[in-house]
Ligand binder design. Structure first.
Ligand SMILES: NC(=O)c1ccc[n+]([C@@H]2O[C@H](COP(=O)([O-])OP(=O)(O)OC[C@H]3O[C@@H](n4cnc5c(N)ncnc54)[C@H](OP(=O)(O)O)[C@@H]3O)[C@@H](O)[C@H]2O)c1
Length: 260
């Protein structure tokens, strides 16, 4: 299926690793001009190097800082000529119970995953409107729908992300900007590799036990790949998803346990 993405311009935050890197690669393969950002310069340089043949451009930015986000959007528009697609992917998972984590840690995560996309929307939407519309896609995570005692910070923040996506969708749909969420679970990446190590230390399971247990809990019987998420994002970014608006799409091999 031709996704009709050729010639579009995309910004992928957290595009230096795992899911974001795969999204950048997929969009570039579809003929999109792609910008990625991250905080760690060495990772950024390595990612840009690995995507050099696709012409992907890298920008150093911390999505927790509103000045950094505004500067990022300005730089991307100046270098690539505009923005049609924003993929707000930067973030991590915070493991731990309420007794383990301070409210400062909660606020730091909220700043990354809610205030970051908030500033991104404020900065990018005028440019997208000037081009007749676009796509704003937020990568969320399963704890927003399936609360976890041992992941309470991510649970609270991801639920707020869902509320943000739906409200922003109402706001921007009349301007032709379709806002949607993609909800990954059990995707192999540097992040989930770190979590298995965390659980190995704290639950006394071997890495092999942890990884195979998590894979076995997925109805499709395997971990997902960053490319599984990238395929869904490319579809949502395309004209083929022109009537999908304010949705959150699970890409998880059937793992997340909820009906609505
Ligand atoms: N993998 C899964 O199964 C899964 C499940 C649920 C949700 N998710 C979500 O999917 C997204 C991608 O996860 P991943 O598994 O690909 O993790 P990852 O490999 O650790 O990648 C995270 C990316 O986000 C960037 N980042 C983090 N904080 C940032 C900040 N403040 N400003 C700018 N960039 C920042 C990182 O770059 P720097 O290190 O340079 O900052 C990196 O490029 C995350 O939001 C995560 O919560 C993943």
């Amino acid at each position: 299926m031709d996704l009709g993405l050729k010639g579009k311009i995309a910004l992928v935050t957290g595009g230096t690793s795992g899911i974001g890197l795969a999204i950048a690669q997929k969009l570039a393969a579809e003929g999109v001009g792609v910008a990625i950002c991250g905080r760690d310069r060495a990772k950024l340089n390595a990612a840009v190097d690995s995507l050099k043949s696709a012409g992907v451009q890298g920008f150093s930015a911390d999505v927790r800082d509103p000045v950094s986000v505004k500067g990022l959007v300005t730089d991307v528009v100046r270098s690539l000529g505009g923005i049609d697609i924003v993929v707000s992917n930067a973030g991590t998972h915070i493991a731990g119970r309420v007794s383990d984590l301070s409210s400062a840690e909660l606020l730091n995560h909220f700043t990354t995953k809610v205030a970051g996309p908030w500033e991104l929307a404020r900065a990018a939407a005028p440019h997208m409107k000037s081009r007749g519309g676009g796509r704003f896609i937020v990568i969320v995570g399963q704890t927003g729908k399936v609360p976890q005692a041992n992941g309470i910070v991510s649970t609270v923040v991801n639920a707020a992300q869902h509320a943000f996506v739906k409200s922003l969708s109402d706001d921007l749909a009349p301007s032709g900007i379709l806002v949607n969420a993609v909800c990954p679970s059990r995707i192999e990446s540097p992040l989930t590799h770190g979590l298995t190590l965390f659980n190995e230390v704290h639950l006394g399971r071997s890495l092999e036990q942890q990884e195979s247990k998590w894979g076995a809990e997925v109805p499709l019987g395997r971990w997902g790949t960053p490319e599984d998420i990238a395929n869904a994002v490319a579809f949502l970014a395309s004209e083929r998803a022109g009537f999908i608006c304010g949705a959150n799409i699970d890409v998880d091999g059937g793992h997340q346990r909820m009906i609505f």
